[in-house]
Design a protein around this ligand. Structure first.
Ligand SMILES: NC(=O)CC[C@H](N)C(=O)O
Length: 307
């Protein structure tokens, strides 16, 4: 595909105006410390060098974008049958941290792996000898997919979330009561909060998206890092549930699988390329307000919609 990279700076400038319509997440206090008015992007085409534009924060926590990678690792550890016995495949139309459907829909299992209830359940399937080992396996998986072995997690953000995660605790204990979550709830939460605190850059996200665009294969080494079938499952969840209760609109407007996080990061998988975006100001659904705008405009300009 021949795309015109010179358009990136223009689109950033245009989309940046939307930053002031959003707010930086503050329910995890440590996240509120970043400026809300920046916007950056990295595009990584299969077989090419990444290209960045705008202001990419050097590091930000991955937050819910981690849900894509824990799903992939859990599928690799346990297989489809075990994972989807406990987590569904349908969008909710609710906020990412809603507990409503767990209470009213039998048999009380999370609707999909991209919302918090589903992701906490998926995390409980990650194998390991103990909590640290389970988290280290997630970290090293993300390092492998991003090709960056210096990636680590932010202890302050982790602690900040752990101390204020009353709602996630409520969700997890409800899952335990529903017999969806097995074992030690606090241990599963520790792994989940730590995976959300893994620090990545736009370049990392773009490269991770590029591997998914290439069906799980590293184009440089031809190594199949993730089975193609699991990549297909993850990309389908990204398109149907990756932007939570804004997924339908994003699929119509941008038409590319994407996963957002409350740090303002978005990972997108376009045909033959991965795209990483950071724009910490969020809309009320928890998605980067300028990031959505930027991806939508880019998709229009480069004709990226898969539909
Ligand atoms: N949407 C998100 O990025 C949510 C992740 C966050 N760590 C939480 O569980 O609330």
């Amino acid at each position: 595909m021949n795309v015109d990279y010179s358009i990136l700076e223009t689109l950033i400038k245009e989309s940046k105006n939307h930053c002031n319509e959003g707010k930086v997440a503050s329910y995890i206090p440590e996240l509120s410390k970043v400026p809300g008015d920046l916007l950056g992007i990295t595009v990584h085409e299969v077989g090419k060098e990444p290209v960045s534009a705008g202001e990419c924060m050097p590091k930000f926590t991955i937050q819910s974008i981690s849900k894509v990678f824990t799903l992939l690792l859990a599928l690799m550890d346990r297989g489809e049958k075990q994972v989807f016995d406990k987590v569904g495949m349908e969008p909710t139309g609710d906020m990412y941290n809603s507990l409503m459907k767990l209470e009213v829909v039998t048999p009380g299992k999370p609707f999909n792996p991209m919302i918090n209830t589903g992701a906490i359940t998926v995390t409980s399937f990650i194998d390991g000898d103990n909590v640290n080992h389970r988290f280290e396996r997630i970290l090293s998986f993300i390092q492998r997919i991003s090709g960056d072995h210096s990636i680590t997690y932010n202890e302050k953000v982790y602690r900040s979330e752990d101390q204020t995660a009353h709602r996630n605790r409520a969700l997890a204990y409800l899952l335990k009561d529903n017999q969806i979550l097995e074992g030690n709830v606090e241990e599963h939460l520790e792994v989940y909060f730590k995976q959300c605190s893994i620090e990545t850059s736009c370049t990392n996200l773009a490269r991770m998206g590029m591997i998914l665009a290439n069906n799980g294969k590293d184009p440089a080494t031809s190594e199949q890092l993730i089975p193609k079938r699991y990549v297909q499952i993850a990309k389908t969840f990204m398109i149907t549930c990756g932007m939570y209760n804004a997924s339908g609109e994003f699929a119509i407007e941008a038409g590319i699988p994407a996963k957002s996080g409350v740090s303002g990061g978005i990972l997108s998988v376009a045909p033959n390329m991965g795209i990483g975006v950071i724009g910490p100001a969020l809309d009320y659904k928890g998605n980067s307000i300028a990031g959505i705008r930027l991806l939508t405009r880019l998709s229009q300009e480069w004709n990226l919609s898969i539909f």
